[in-house]
Design a binder for this molecule. Structure first.
Ligand SMILES: Cc1cc2nc3c(=O)[nH]c(=O)nc-3n(C[C@H](O)[C@H](O)[C@H](O)COP(=O)(O)OP(=O)(O)OC[C@H]3O[C@@H](n4cnc5c(N)ncnc54)[C@H](O)[C@@H]3O)c2cc1C
Length: 416
């Protein structure tokens, strides 16, 4: 069923009794061409592009909870393509282009809002680094503008420009960056994949991976064994646990990242603004709440909740950047488990187990990657070869000495 103004009108005349469920609740089949573990943004996007780009529709997405219960429904929804390194920028550039046409493509309102992402800088050294990053972005065809202090003040006048420790000197702006509604993205991909014949199996946990002579045969689940010709893992915060079922040890640590939403206030902040002096960012949701977050909780955990020390440091950064928010009440806070790779960059690759493919290591930046990740993972699953955009995201890059260390922190997952 197409979502359109005409259909809203037509359904209203029938008392809204004619709407169909956005996706089916099928029983699992005994065997699929492709099974994807994880009904987050990446798993659902992969299933959609497998069907759409490669005509492979005998596909199941197996999700232990409900669609959107993982990080795709827990993140702060920032979408951008402002990377420096060659391995990253072309991939994220492709992703941003897919975001720009996503709602028409999926026939679903994902509330994509290109409100601009502004990264503040506070020193000459940081300005030079941002200039370099902006040049790299422009070389790949993306937009970037280096703003001085006066230009930032005109755009976001309520920032603390004269903070004694972190005076704001300017910012790097990507106008095409912004936000999208996180669960809307999951629902949009789920509905579009289902329409093309993909089975979305919710409340079905994968508990084991069956292999014979080093070849994947299927998955053991809480609803029984389901066979497959190819298996793709897109289990985000649980990547290591799921890969372990096939005997793999991943170069990944799982850590908690928290996010916060304030009470709703009048329109206040138009862009996404990130603080350059500490890991902190803020935007305003369409309901009026300020949405913000900071750094990781800095210890390994599978708990989807964080600790108070991080709450305190995030609030400190918020007030340092925007003193006015000290009078706003925080309504909700939550945590998600993110799979931090050793170099802070993702992995999309084959594994040493035949017919087992891996999509993991998205750290705290995988939401913006959702369309391109699905696009490229589908390519890998369909063809057996990595997509050109993900040639740098190989699993063996750590062994070969080709990490993509965007932040320059070395093998320190919690620092990326
Ligand atoms: C607080 C927070 C803020 C963030 N902010 C941003 C941001 O602003 N911008 C950005 O780009 N990124 C952000 N991220 C990161 C982003 O959310 C993730 O990188 C991305 O969502 C991960 O991909 P996914 O959507 O497929 O993951 P998920 O939605 O987590 O999907 C994985 C799914 O696998 C399922 N699963 C796990 N184990 C099994 C099993 N054994 N059997 C079956 N199913 C299983 C899980 O239930 C889950 O639904 C943020 C993350 C957090 C936690």
């Amino acid at each position: 069923m197409k979502y359109s103004a005409f259909n809203i009108f037509r359904q209203a005349l029938k008392g809204n009794t004619g709407w169909q469920p956005a996706w089916r609740e099928p029983e699992p089949k005994p065997h699929y061409d492709v099974i994807i573990v994880g009904g987050g943004g990446h798993g659902l996007a992969t299933a959609y592009y497998l069907a759409k780009n490669h005509g492979i529709t005998n596909v199941a997405v197996i999700e232990k909870g409900y669609i959107g219960s993982g990080n795709v429904g827990r993140n702060t929804t920032i979408v951008r393509a402002n990377y420096l390194l060659e391995g990253n920028e072309p991939f994220f550039s492709h992703s941003l282009k897919l975001w720009e046409g996503l709602e028409q493509e999926l026939n679903f309102n994902a509330m994509m809002s290109q409100r601009g992402v502004l990264n503040l800088y506070h020193s000459d050294g940081q300005r030079d680094a941002f200039a370099r990053r902006g040049n790299a972005m422009r070389m790949h065809g993306d937009d970037a503008e280096l703003l001085d202090r006066a230009q930032v003040r005109e755009m976001v006048p309520f920032l603390n420009f004269d903070n004694a420790r972190f005076p704001i000197q300017g910012g790097l702006l990507q106008r095409r960056g912004g936000t999208a509604r996180h669960d809307g993205v999951a629902w949009g991909y789920a509905r579009a994949a289902d329409t093309r014949g993909v089975d979305i199996i919710q409340n079905c946990e994968v508990t084991g991976i069956r292999t014979e002579n080093g070849v994947v045969k299927g998955v053991e689940t809480t609803r029984g064994f389901i066979g497959c010709s190819k298996l793709g893992l897109a289990a985000a915060g649980n990547s290591s646990r799921v890969a372990e079922m096939a005997g793999l040890r991943l170069p990944i640590e799982s850590q908690v990242l928290q996010a916060f939403v304030s009470e709703g206030i009048k329109p206040f902040i138009d862009q996404v603004v990130t603080f350059g002096a500490a890991l902190f960012y803020m935007s305003q949701s369409d309901k009026g709440g300020l949405v913000f977050g900071g750094r990781l909780d800095l210890y390994n955990s599978y708990a989807q909740r964080g600790n108070l020390e991080t709450v305190e440091s995030v609030m400190e950064a918020a007030v340092a950047m925007v003193p006015a928010v000290s009078r706003v009440k925080v309504l909700r806070a939550w945590g998600g488990v993110v799979d931090m790779s050793m170099d802070g960059s993702p992995i999309i690759d084959r594994t040493p187990v035949d017919n087992l493919y891996l999509n993991a290591g998205w750290c705290y930046g995988g939401f913006k990657a959702t369309p391109a990740s699905g696009w490229c993972f589908a390519h890998l699953l369909a063809t057996g070869t990595p997509h050109d955009l993900t040639r740098a995201y190989r699993l063996d890059r750590f062994a070969r000495g080709y990490p993509i260390d965007e932040t320059g922190h070395g093998a320190q997952p919690n620092q990326h």
